[in-house]
Write a protein that binds this ligand. Sequence first.
Ligand SMILES: Nc1ncnc2c1ncn2[C@@H]1O[C@H](COP(=O)(O)OP(=O)(O)OP(=O)(O)O)[C@@H](O)[C@H]1O
Length: 750
Amino acid sequence: MRQEQEFIDLLRTRLAVLETRAEAAVQAALGQEVTNAQTRLERDVLVAENSGLLAAYASGEHGLCFGRLWFRDGADHHIGRLGIRADDAERTPLVVDWRADIARPFYLATGYEPMGLRRRRHLTTERNRVTGLHDEILDLTDAERSGFEGSDADAVLLAALDAARTGRMHDIVQTIQADQDRLIRAPHQGVLVVEGGPGTGKTAVALHRAAYLLYAQRELLARRAVLIVGPNPAFLAYIGQVLPSLGETGVLLATPAELFPGVRAIGTDTPAAAAVKGDAAMADALAAQLRDRQALPDPALVIEHDDGVLILDRAIAAAARERARATQLPHNLARPHFAFAVIDALTEQLVARLGHDPYGGPNLLGPDDQALIGKAVAASSGVHAAIDELWPQLTPEQFLADFLEEPTHLPDADAAAIRRVHDSRPERPARWEWTPADVPLLDEAAELLGEDDSARRAAEEALRQEQIAYAQGVLDLSYGSRTQEFEDRDDEDAEYLAAHDLIDAERLADRQEEIDHRTAAERAAADRTWAFGHVIVDEAQEVSAMAWRLLMRRCPTRSMTLVGDPAQTSEPGGCGSWDAALTPHVQDRWQRVVLDVNYRTPSEIMDAAAAVHRASDPSFTPPRSVRSTGVRPWAREVDAPDELPAALAKAVGELASPERRLAVIAPASLLDALTPALPEAASGAAPDLTSPVVLLAPGQAKGLEFDSVLVVEPAGFGANELYVALTRATQSLGVLHTEALPFGLELETV
Ligand SMILES: Nc1ncnc2c1ncn2[C@@H]1O[C@H](COP(=O)(O)OP(=O)(O)OP(=O)(O)O)[C@@H](O)[C@H]1O
């Protein structure tokens, strides 16, 4: 233990040196005089490179080293959250990043398949003080003993599972299990579905996979960023810390409702409305309504014009519409084709009239005159108004607002469920309160309408050219400031995002974007048409068919990891089945893997929760709990609803403790009545999950976990909502109720 402590102390010293150096480099770069685009670029390269290092160093500070591998061939490696090299000429690796190939036996080797290992050690540390060692002998011919051998490597896992929760998810790099490791390191191509019951580590696997892919596929993914989609803001806050602690920042975390830049979806839908809006039929309805907006006059529009009246009749409009539709461009991009066709036809009409030869000869107007007439028609405000009427330029917001006021191409009941009351304020679309279920519809509308982004693309290209032009100078400068110590891969050749190893200036310009991970994620967040390098969807069973369409657009390569549990589906529009969600997009080209060990919920609680699910589905098989606590879940009946707040306050008083996290999960309709009874509890739309007591609606509890959970009035929960709520606790579960307990929920009464 002393030796390992000395080693960790050495790592800390080394890290401190690296930090100081990177900090100094940032300061020096910020102090540099910026006189032109080149010096600005140089400064930005330096700042970005060194800030990236600082972020990685900070994230590695805790648990610098948690494992050690002795190989049969004599090699001996320490494993940590990030790779660090010594300050010698050979840049000797001191500790290897957990994601490196050489670290794999730490997670996978068994006595049966030792993967070249002689011995594996788990180091337990607290704030970098070594508190325990667990050694496993994988080569039985090995006679050497350290005194820390035993078959209790599981003790490290069980200790992690038993530890008090903090309200923030932690990484599991020290105890990743073999079946999880295989998923984390699975090839990135294609769609991988990870299914598993509550607490099987799906979220943990998804996040570690993101970190692994960014490490192993840096070239490919860092510049395109990885999108991680979670069900609600509370969940994102819960998992938000995990990735930086793994050393990754090239990630955008978002709920599906946040994926239409510029729109904050703060409204709420009725369950019926959310279900209709999520249904795939909406795509057809929107497309059909848009075709209706490409109208024909009935019978004609009469346009006053300086050179005489113009008649825009059905035939002209129909021919123009056909021409525009034949381009197969989105509505707004096809509009100029419609406009040109109308202008041509009206010009012809006017020319025919003005140049008419009463003696039947050819038109009397020459080409120049005809061109002048055409120009005047094209400039006519009357003509523009007519074009606008028949083929309006639309924003997604306008179009969807109009649609929701008068939904068409839907069954009457569906239209009634989503219809919004007419609002005649001129600023309506801006003031419209969008709901989460509207966001995929806005995205669909944006696709149908098309965006004229030629100006933005031209500006981007100009910037890129500028970067390429100056890149050569940056190569030299970057070489001077290269950081050799930070090992981001095993092989010596791969420098940490250093510019000097690039072959040409153009690639540097590309790489320059890569360097600032956060910028990539930020740019992605602001760009509706961004194509992410990999997309991870957590609680994927809740994603509606329309939201899948949006997500697939964000990932044209279909490099995706989807994790979820159909049995936990509770959103009204949730797709539920993988087939329904994926077939429209990838047919049967997806792979499903099941995780079946529950790391969170002790068997006592899992048995009670599973019985609830089995009441509606007798064939249901829950995941197997990895531990039991001997603490049985209980129920307490309260005489009358108005006594519930006081009974809750009492129960919370018994259960709460400053070191532990307690969640009270109650039907949304009861929250207002219960909040005053728990003045200390965090509550509301974005509750602070680190506080000792949190009051949540069922939908907010999705994906989270707590030491203890109190479920209030379970009769008010949807069946799957109740299953989710009951499976959030790592230690104890209690239920308070006035109404009869739902069928299947059988608990000890106290
Ligand atoms: N290998 C592991 N080592 C330590 N802890 C683990 C491991 N795998 C999972 N856990 C822990 O188990 C708990 C449940 O994991 P996670 O939240 O990822 O499950 P989930 O499958 O997403 O659950 P749910 O579907 O209920 O949201 C977490 O506290 C996680 O840290």
